[in-house]
Design a protein around this ligand. Structure first.
Ligand code: HEC
Length: 188
C-alpha cells in the first residue's frame, strides 16, 4: 500500500472517530510518534525567523551615490551555510503541521492584544479549519524550496528574488492568523 493511500485510510479512520464522538477533534494517533515539545511561537523564534533572516541578509544590492554594491555568497562554504538555512526553513514548515502542536505556552497572551490575536483564538481557528493553515505552511515550504533551488544553482539573482516569495509567505500567514487587519480583536 502506498503512503498516500495509507494516509487516506488513517484520515478516514480519524473522521469516523470524530463523528462518533461528535465533539472536539480526535487526538492525533499515538502511533504517529511525534513529540511536539516547542510551540509555534518557539519555532518562529528559534528556526523560522533566524533562518529567514539569514537568507534575506545573504544577498543584497546596495545602491549609493558611489555606485552599486552587491553582497552575495561567494565561497563554497558561504553557499553551504545559506543552504543549511534554506533546509532548516523548508523543514520548519513541516514542524508547523505536526499534530498536537500548540501555538504558545499555557496562559500565554498576545504581546499586543490591540492588533494581535491571542494564542487561544489562533488555536480555535485552527481546530475549525486546518486546511488553510496547511496551505499557508506549504506556501512557506514552496518559498524555501525556491531559495534552495537558487542556492544549488549558485544563482544570486534568483536567491534575491526568492526573498520576495519568502516575505509574502510569512506575511500571508501572519495576516490571517496573527494580526488580521480590522478592528481590535476581542480577547477571550
Ligand atoms: C503557517 C503560518 C505561518 C507562517 C508561514 C509564518 N508564520 Fe510566523 N507566526 C505565525 C503565528 C500564528 C504566529 C503567532 C504565534 C504567537 O501567538 O506568538 C507567528 C509569530 C511569528 C513571530 C513572533 C515570535 C515570537 O517570539 O513572538 C515571528 C518573529 C515570526 N512569526 C516570523 C515569521 C517569519 C520570518 C516567517 C516567514 C519566513 C513566518 N513567521 C512564517 C504563523 C506563521
Amino acid at each position: 500500500m502506498n503512503a498516500g493511500r495509507r494516509r487516506m485510510l488513517t484520515l478516514s479512520a480519524s473522521a469516523v472517530l470524530f463523528f462518533a464522538i461528535g465533539c472536539s477533534p480526535p487526538a492525533p494517533p499515538p502511533e504517529a510518534g511525534y513529540r511536539p515539545t516547542a510551540t509555534v511561537r518557539d519555532i518562529m523564534d528559534a528556526v523560522v525567523d533566524p533562518s529567514a533572516d539569514y537568507l534575506w541578509d545573504s544577498v543584497e544590492v546596495i545602491v549609493t551615490a558611489q555606485g552599486r554594491e552587491e553582497r552575495a555568497p561567494k565561497t563554497d562554504e558561504e553557499w553551504n551555510e545559506v543552504r543549511r538555512r534554506a533546509i532548516a526553513l523548508a523543514e520548519a514548515s513541516n514542524l508547523l503541521l505536526v499534530p498536537g502542536r500548540r501555538i504558545a505556552g499555557p496562559g500565554a497572551k498576545a504581546e499586543d492584544p490591540a492588533i494581535e490575536l491571542g494564542p487561544d483564538q489562533i488555536e480555535a481557528m485552527l481546530s475549525q479549519d486546518r486546511t488553510s493553515w496547511t496551505l499557508l505552511a506549504h506556501g512557506l515550504h514552496d518559498a524555501a524550496m525556491e531559495a534552495l533551488k537558487a542556492i544549488e544553482a549558485k544563482d544570486k539573482d534568483a536567491l534575491l528574488y526568492s526573498g520576495e516569495s519568502l516575505d509574502k509567505a510569512c506575511e500571508t500567514c501572519h495576516l490571517k492568523y496573527w494580526y488580521p487587519p480590522g478592528p481590535p480583536k476581542k480577547q477571550p
